[in-house]
Design a protein around this ligand. Structure first.
Ligand SMILES: Nc1ncnc2c1ncn2[C@@H]1O[C@H](COP(=O)(O)OP(=O)(O)OP(=O)(O)O)[C@@H](O)[C@H]1O
Ligand SMILES: [Mg+2]
Length: 253
């Protein structure tokens, strides 16, 4: 199947406000695809509809052929969709390592009985979980912070932690809501390098981002929203030249 995600005629209103209106698009498997648009154009709402954090008023969302509309967030997550939030959401009272460990446990659940009896298989799984969590911390340069409380991290590292945690869930599709926002240039460069490796590891990324330069380098396909509607979809080089897109972005400034 070429498309991992297909959205058809999706709509969501908040009162009289049409946050997402008759929106259709596809995301190809194994790509980095991007969703852009001015403030308030419906990007986060689209994500919330996909992940089951909001229920659509109309339309269909297909993930590997499964209908997602109407499913609760936990069910969507179990199918293999993870996300990060515009405002990072981590367990702030837990350590950095514990945050990622919790995600690893979601798929490495030690059997109830073996946990109770503390069998060798329980301890093997425990060790495996720690190693896997540390692997993700290392990939995001967080190994030295493993024992710190998440609440002590500066924004850049918090975004990295949220990403490490999302990836530790071993999703097939990862939705990133402004993963680069608030990062310094060095952190952005590191982020770009790490994210660009993920499609080769079988992941598909769908990325909301305001830093268009970053997307021009990394994204294969860009979908542009304006007032809840799609106004363009295509490779970054084409999108950059699209008169409607230019108008929307110039209008914003
Ligand atoms: N839960 C909600 N209740 C009411 N209105 C909402 C809700 N969530 C979003 N909106 C409104 O819907 C519109 C789309 O919001 P959304 O957060 O999807 O935009 P966005 O493209 O993510 O913007 P930004 O770039 O600022 O993050 C906005 O006008 C917003 O105020
Ligand atoms: Mg948003």
């Amino acid at each position: 199947m070429a498309y991992i995600l297909e959205v058809r005629r999706l709509s969501k209103r908040f009162g009289a406000l049409r946050a997402v209106e008759d929106l259709s698009f596809t995301v190809r498997k194994g790509t980095i695809s991007a969703l852009i648009g001015p403030n308030g154009s419906g990007k986060s709402t689209t994500f919330n509809l996909i992940t089951g954090h909001l229920k659509p008023d109309a339309g269909e969302i297909l993930f590997e052929g499964h209908h997602l509309e109407g499913l609760p967030a936990e069910a969507v997550a179990r199918l293999g969709i993870a996300r990060t939030f515009q405002t990072p959401q981590v367990f702030s009272h837990l350590t950095v390592l514990e945050n990622v460990l919790l995600a690893v446990y979601q798929h490495l659940r030690p059997g109830r009985l073996s946990a109770l009896l503390r069998t060798p298989s329980f301890f093997r799984k425990e060790k495996g979980a720690r190693e896997e969590a540390l692997y993700w911390l290392e990939r995001f340069f967080l190994a030295d912070e493993a024992a710190r409380r998440a609440s002590e991290l500066p924004l850049g590292k918090l975004r990295y932690l949220e990403l490490a945690r999302a990836l530790a869930l071993r999703p097939k599709l990862l939705l990133l809501d402004e993963a680069a926002s608030g990062l310094d240039p060095r952190e952005k460069e590191d982020l770009a390098r790490i994210l660009s490796q993920l499609p080769r590891e079988g992941l598909t990324l769908f990325w909301v981002e305001h830093d268009l330069n970053l997307l021009m380098e990394l994204a294969e396909e860009v979908i542009v929203l304006d007032q809840g509607r799609k106004i363009a979809q295509g490779p970054p080089a084409e999108i950059q030249k699209d008169p409607r897109v230019i108008q929307v972005y110039l209008g914003e400034e």
